[in-house]
Design a protein around this ligand. Structure first.
Ligand code: SME
Length: 158
């Protein structure tokens, strides 16, 4: 197993995701531990796209609790239906927020975060967590991010 992400520079976002996906698949195939896998996915996404913050929140009882992440320290607990993460848990659908200040109830872990995408994680039909990616620029995420981040999340076996 390669313990290094191979990524050329000066290629498009979709091309980067296309190259990253099989590398993450190989990485996850050889490891069953969920924390180890979530940690490596966070690190790979941060390294390849230099996002401001990348990480996971996992459902524990009636809250999301902070899991493996890369970036500045963050809020540790988010209630069901609260913020972008709690809303994604509730709606069971990805949410793209071009400007966090315009999302009612957005939870500002950092004032530097300007836009955000959150993807639900499923075990069977149940949401067991979310992937949250933050950018320090407005309008950083689109359908390409949603498509590929959803594919990456589908690789995760809980
Ligand atoms: N902004 C998120 C909270 C998590 S941090 O961005 C890492 C939200 O509104 O749910």
């Amino acid at each position: 197993m390669s313990e290094q992400i191979i990524m050329p520079k000066n290629i498009s976002k979709a091309e980067k995701y296309d190259l990253l996906l099989p590398q993450l698949k190989s990485l996850l195939e050889v490891e069953q531990d969920i924390i180890a896998n979530l940690a490596n996915i966070s690190a790979a996404l941060k390294e390849v796209f230099d996002f401001f913050w990348v990480g996971f929140y996992l459902v524990k009882d009636d809250e999301l609790v902070l899991g493996p992440f890369q970036g500045p320290i963050a809020c540790t607990r988010i209630k069901y239906g609260r913020g972008v993460c709690g809303s994604t848990w509730k709606s069971e659908k990805a949410i793209i927020v071009p400007d966090v200040e315009k999302f009612p109830g957005h939870i500002a872990c950092s004032s530097l975060s300007k836009s955000e995408i959150v993807i639900p994680l499923f075990k069977g039909n149940s949401v067991v967590g979310v992937l949250d990616v933050d950018s320090d620029s407005y309008d950083s995420f689109d359908g390409i991010d949603e498509e590929y981040l959803t594919k990456i999340c589908a690789l995760i076996k809980f």
